[in-house]
Design a protein around this ligand. Structure first.
Ligand SMILES: Cc1cc2nc3c(=O)[nH]c(=O)nc-3n(C[C@H](O)[C@H](O)[C@H](O)COP(=O)(O)OP(=O)(O)OC[C@H]3O[C@@H](n4cnc5c(N)ncnc54)[C@H](O)[C@@H]3O)c2cc1C
Length: 379
């Protein structure tokens, strides 16, 4: 019933991702973080190797992989740099609304050309006044003949400004709240789409995060995904299906932090011996390993349920919440193992802490994940 071994294909994919991450991402991670530099050259290489658009079926130009494989790849990319890794994998989230609700014609027209090159997509839901409470969005889509006229501002959008295609959630019935939300595909080059403030983030600085502004944007009716009012459910299911790879990215950061701490503890000598010989340090390392192993199993369980088309919102919330919480804890403990040097930018661990923090916030904060989990328990 239970099998913890990976298939030969999964091992090969993980090996490919690990090699790519260590050879191509790791050497540029510090610079991209310092300069908040969009890693276009790395994205081009990742696309060439088939490490993008992982869950998009091959007939639409994707890798045709499951969520389990996506998690294996993402852990490796994020272990090298969470910002660059997220920039590479974000298409998987942004294209999910299309895969869930798009017609064959819509997929042929938008997903196929996007996946043909190292192009990016972004998912636009959050607004300045609507974060956790997505039912409060004010971006409106007013129907006029064969078009919708879209007006509003989206904020904190990963790959904002560098994406060619936006999965946009806008209201076609403001008075209906969440039930008035509809989903649209909006090419970034449509008249009236512009990029607003570029966010100066504390972590995951290699991925562009910005405001995206929609001013009287004319979007053809055939760009709507599903029916009017189905946007909220499309959004929720898109998040549920993608939380496992956010969890895997968190595990990747935590693993990298532990590896750095182990190496440092064996090299750093105090009181005439490596600090790794002190039980206080050993127990910190052991606790970090316990958390990482547990988080990875929860992540894989959630990914497996997504791939099996079993109900997964509960396990996805648990995996994302636990893995991102332990990534933060492990990164803080790794920094402690480095002592004063952990606090200095010259060493890698403070970046792990800054990077890990974002995972506790996006695709629903961990308070919202706990709310979802509690609802399951009490329903
Ligand atoms: C790096 C980064 C990348 C992002 N990328 C994207 C993206 O690509 N696309 C996109 O649409 N959005 C994106 N976001 C936005 C993200 O999804 C929101 O920040 C998140 O949903 C929280 O919304 P908020 O920031 O408005 O916080 P708020 O909703 O204002 O919450 C503030 C605090 O209150 C808590 N809170 C709110 N409601 C409740 C409640 N009911 N019960 C308990 N606690 C509650 C929250 O947990 C949080 O601690 C990104 C955010 C970050 C930081």
């Amino acid at each position: 019933m239970i099998n913890f071994s990976l298939s030969e294909e999964q091992k090969a994919l993980r090996g490919l991702a690990r090699q790519f991450a260590q050879n191509e991402i790791a050497p540029l991670a510090a610079e991209c973080d310092r300069e908040a530099e969009h890693p276009i050259a790395i994205i081009e290489k990742a696309h060439g190797l088939g490490l993008m658009n992982m869950t998009v079926p091959e007939r639409y130009g994707g890798a045709g992989l499951g969520m389990m494989e996506t998690c294996l790849i993402t852990e490796e990319l994020a272990a090298a740099c969470a910002g660059i890794g997220t920039a590479i994998v974000a298409n998987t989230l942004a294209l999910t609304p299309l895969l869930l609700a798009g017609t064959v014609e819509q997929l042929e027209r938008y997903v196929k050309p996007l996946c043909a090159g190292p192009n990016l997509a972004a998912l636009c839901m959050t607004e300045p006044l609507a974060g956790s409470d997505v039912g409060a969005i004010r971006t409106s889509a007013r129907r006029e003949g064969n078009h919708y006229v879209i007006n509003g501002t989206k904020t904190l959008i990963d790959n904002g400004g560098v994406a060619q295609l936006y999965s946009l959630f806008a209201s076609t019935g403001l008075e209906k709240g969440a039930r008035g939300i509809s989903a649209f595909m909006v090419p970034a080059d449509l008249t009236g789409v512009s990029v607003g403030k570029q966010e100066d983030k504390m972590g995951q600085r290699a991925i562009n995060t910005s405001e995206v502004i929609f001013e009287d944007v004319l979007v053809p009716v055939e760009n709507r995904l599903g029916e009017e009012g189905q946007g909220f459910n499309i959004f929720l299911e898109s998040l549920n299906r993608n939380k496992p790879w956010i969890a895997a990215a968190s595990v990747g950061v935590a693993r990298a932090a532990l590896e750095a701490a182990i190496q440092y503890a064996q090299e750093r000598v105090q009181f005439g011996q490596p600090i790794a010989s002190f039980q206080a340090i050993q127990f910190m390392l052991a606790d970090m390993a316990i958390k990482i192993e547990g988080a990875r199993l929860l992540t894989w369980q959630a990914a497996w349920r997504v791939d099996q088309e079993l109900r997964h919102s509960y396990q996805s919330a648990i995996g994302k919440c636990y893995a991102s919480d332990i990534a933060m804890e492990v990164a803080i403990d790794a920094l402690q193992v480095f002592g004063g040097y952990g606090y200095i930018k010259e060493y890698p661990v403070e970046k792990y802490m800054r990077d890990a923090k974002a995972f506790q916030i996006y695709v629903g904060t961990n308070q919202i994940q706990r709310h979802i989990i509690a609802q399951h328990l009490l329903s």
